[in-house]
Design a protein around this ligand. Structure first.
Ligand code: AMP
Length: 638
């Protein structure tokens, strides 16, 4: 018996080692098949659930490379030069050599691993464990203030010195902020659900068919629960404690945990809207041009404001926090509201353009120093007095919104809406929205099962109609800046043009889409130079998809900024790679006559326009022009 206990302890200890996790990462990296990746993860999770369930939460965070829920705001993403210093100091190699290796191989993780490999050590270091690595990564992320850099380097060195085999590669990639081994969060969620089913011994007796049904429903449940309550801190303990069928009862949404917002599909014409909602009731609302704000009031009265990215923006909006009591009716206790915060002219009582909002301070905002005021326009109520409303149709949610809150001048308004289904009325409402400094309309399913709130989805039950869609390609795009070209003439001291990319969440790549040189003010160019110069990298990241005939910028950047860009139209091009494989096997889609609109502070690079969306724009444009992309039109070979 003692031997068995001892053996079990030994297995547990091995499971805790970081090497076991790296081994799984390595297998995932060596395949592109999602099913295989899921299987590797399931195998690991099942073992952990059976032997060391207490470690599941940390292990899961390591797999998605996060340090906690998004709203806690603790992020990795350490700059390249700092990581290189740590590698140099821990392996005794010089920076010049390291840089040249990095230029050759393009992956700092691999450079670190190889550098360790060439190092001679007298003693084998003690094995790294998952909890230790996780804790240290967290400590590194938290360090701020005086000599933060050198303290971070010391901690990183501590990890690197203890690394064996593949470990250094993944430590560096954790620190860079992205593992890039194909572990999309949806895959991890699905593996987690399956592992819970497999680790329940009772399920092993089920028929294959029954087991498959159970697996599918478990995956659906876990994803559904996660959409409502995106925090593993609650979901994992509940999964370990209760049967999966009861998960929803123990993980209900509540204030303090921001939901991933529901998003809308772009449309090109009002007739498209009518076609989509034929035989359904729908409602039109003004589309306000500001910043999304999800406002939470907890049972204890605490208020929090979250951004579209689930970032806690409460410190940014002391004015909102202080006014809440005025617009909440006395019978209302806890709630979650979906609103747009818009720059507001108090004297004139009107909305100001988005550009004004973007000049508002983002950090350490004191109410008495605020120069740009905001007004809130509430368009949805997702949770009220202890109950979730997201399964209710919009009609009901709007009723609750109007019942439970009241408009207050210059602070809180209900989004303007119009419920007629007549095309002339909608056209007039669109014109009125533009006259009122809005971007256009949001048209939403109003009643029935299609009118529920779908967290995190870009749903066809919400359509956006912007004034300029009606003639252009359908929507602007939000693109990531990955390179720059030296300026000439008036622009010699700043970057003159930029290389932009869209994001492909399936391959985790940034795919080039255009060179952008118009739409900037002189202030813009100076600001971009000042902010981007700190993110210059020696060579393109290995996850930049450039193609063989690539447009080559003079300078490369880490993916840090997202810009909204408009264009005249889209064409297929051998020089850009956006959506490669979707329209042509080796060519991508590129933007013609792109123009800079604004910086999207509220979007991180991975929320940029996706390759799938770009190809949808392309096909929509082809349909609109009656073109078939294969007949050679819209092809740009130059
Ligand atoms: P876009 O950023 O172009 O995809 O448009 C979607 C954004 O419009 C949402 O994320 C909200 O921030 C904003 N918005 C403004 N008015 C509304 C509204 N009435 N309903 C929903 N979203 C709105």
């Amino acid at each position: 018996m003692a031997i068995i206990v001892h053996l079990l302890e030994l297995v547990k200890m091995v499971l805790w080692t970081y090497a076991i996790l790296c081994n799984t990462f390595e297998k995932c990296e060596n395949t592109t098949k999602r099913l295989e990746i899921t299987e590797y993860l399931v195998t690991l999770f099942v073992k952990v659930i059976e032997l060391t369930p207490d470690g599941l939460l940390e292990l899961l965070y390591m797999c998605i490379n996060k340090l906690g829920p998004d709203y806690e705001g603790l992020e990795l993403g350490i700059g390249e030069s700092l990581l290189m210093k740590a590698v140099a100091q821990s392996t005794g190699r010089d920076m010049k050599q390291l840089k040249s290796d990095y230029v050759k191989c393009g992956d700092l993780g691999t450079v670190a691993k190889n550098s360790k490999g060439s190092q001679k050590t007298l003693f084998k270091p003690k094995a790294l464990t998952v909890p230790h690595v996780f804790r240290t990564l967290k400590e590194i992320a938290i360090i701020t203030g005086n000599s933060a850099q050198s303290k971070k380097i010391d901690k990183i060195k501590g990890l690197l010195v203890a690394c064996q085999d593949e470990e250094a590669k993944f430590i560096i990639r954790h620190l860079e902020g992205k593992l890039r081994i194909g572990l999309a969060e949806q895959t991890v969620l699905s593996a987690l659900a399956q592992a819970v089913v497999f680790s329940n011994k009772d399920n092993s007796k089920l028929s294959t068919l029954k087991k498959e049904e159970l697996l599918a429903s478990a995956v659906e449940t876990v994803k559904y629960v996660y959409n409502q309550l995106p925090t593993y801190d609650v979901i994992i303990p509940a999964l370990l404690k209760y049967p999966i069928e009861e998960l929803l009862e123990h993980c209900t949404m509540h204030p303090g945990v921001p939901l991933k917002p529901m998003l809308a599909h772009p449309t090109k014409s009002l007739t498209e809207v009518l076609d989509r909602f034929e035989n359904n009731t729908f409602t039109c609302e003004f589309k306000y041009d500001g910043e999304r704000a999800q406002i939470h009031r907890h049972e204890d009265g605490t208020i929090s404001v979250y951004s579209r990215n689930s970032e806690n923006m409460s410190v940014r909006y002391p004015d909102i926090l202080n006014a809440v009591d005025k617009w909440v009716k006395p019978s209302t206790t806890s709630f979650i509201l979906d609103c747009e915060a818009v720059a507001w002219d108090k004297e004139e009582g009107k909305i100001l353009p988005f550009q004004v909002l973007s000049t508002r301070k983002r950090k350490d905002v004191k109410e008495e120093e605020i120069t740009v005021r905001v007004a809130l326009f509430a368009f949805d109520c997702l949770y009220l007095n202890g109950k979730s409303l997201i399964r209710e149709p919009l009609q009901k949610r709007r009723e609750k919104l109007y019942e439970s809150f009241q408009e207050t001048e210059n602070e809180f308004y209900f989004a303007k809406h119009m419920d007629s289904n007549n095309i002339e009325d909608i056209q007039t409402f669109l014109d009125v929205s533009i006259a009122n400094y809005c971007e256009g309309l949001m048209v939403k399913s109003f009643d029935g099962s299609e009118a529920t709130y779908e967290p995190s989805k870009r749903s066809r039950n919400w359509l956006k109609v912007k004034k300029d869609y009606l003639t252009g390609i359908g929507d602007s795009m939000d693109l990531v800046v990955i390179g720059a070209f030296y300026g000439r003439g008036k622009r010699t001291s700043v970057y003159g043009a930029f290389l932009l990319a869209c994001y492909d969440p399936e391959t985790e790549e940034y795919q080039t889409i255009c060179k952008l040189g118009t739409g900037f003010s002189d202030e813009n160019l100076q600001m971009f130079y000042d902010t981007l110069k700190d993110h210059v990298i020696e060579k393109p990241k290995r996850f930049y998809c450039l193609g063989e005939n690539a447009v080559k910028p003079d300078i490369w950047f880490e993916p840090v900024q997202v810009w909204e860009v408009k264009c005249a139209d889209l064409s297929v091009s051998p020089r850009y790679m956006a959506g490669v494989g979707r329209v042509d096997p080796s060519k991508g889609i590129s933007l013609r006559f792109p123009r800079f609109i604004r910086v999207r502070e509220d979007k991180d690079p991975e929320s940029a326009t996706t390759s799938e969306q770009v190809s949808e724009f392309y096909f929509n444009q082809a349909n609109l022009q009656g073109n078939n992309h294969q007949n050679g039109k819209n092809m740009d070979y130059y």
